[in-house]
Design a protein around this ligand. Structure first.
Ligand SMILES: [Zn+2]
Length: 83
């Protein structure tokens, strides 16, 4: 059924867009670089805040866990899948 496929594609695209927007907002609102990885504390060149994407993801996950945001569809969905 092409209509259903189109709908779910649209839905996924929207979820991705919302996720990206949330990530961008988190980065924009995030702390300034301070010469060390914000997650593991390794020394870094100044513009960097994390040594790699893994540290950044862990840091973001921890941050989201410690300050529960309003329950959005995307967040609830991702949480259910992660279990
Ligand atoms: Zn690190």
């Amino acid at each position: 059924m092409p209509d259903d496929a189109d709908l779910s594609d649209e839905r996924i695209a929207l979820d991705v867009r919302m996720g990206l927007a949330a990530a961008a907002a988190a980065l924009a609102a995030g702390p300034r670089p301070r010469g060390a990885c914000l997650w593991c504390g390794a020394r870094l060149a100044l513009p960097q805040r994390w040594c790699d994407a893994e540290c950044r993801d862990e840091w973001q996950r921890d941050r989201q866990r410690s300050q529960p945001s309003e329950p959005t569809h995307g967040a609830a969905h991702a949480g259910a899948h992660r279990r």
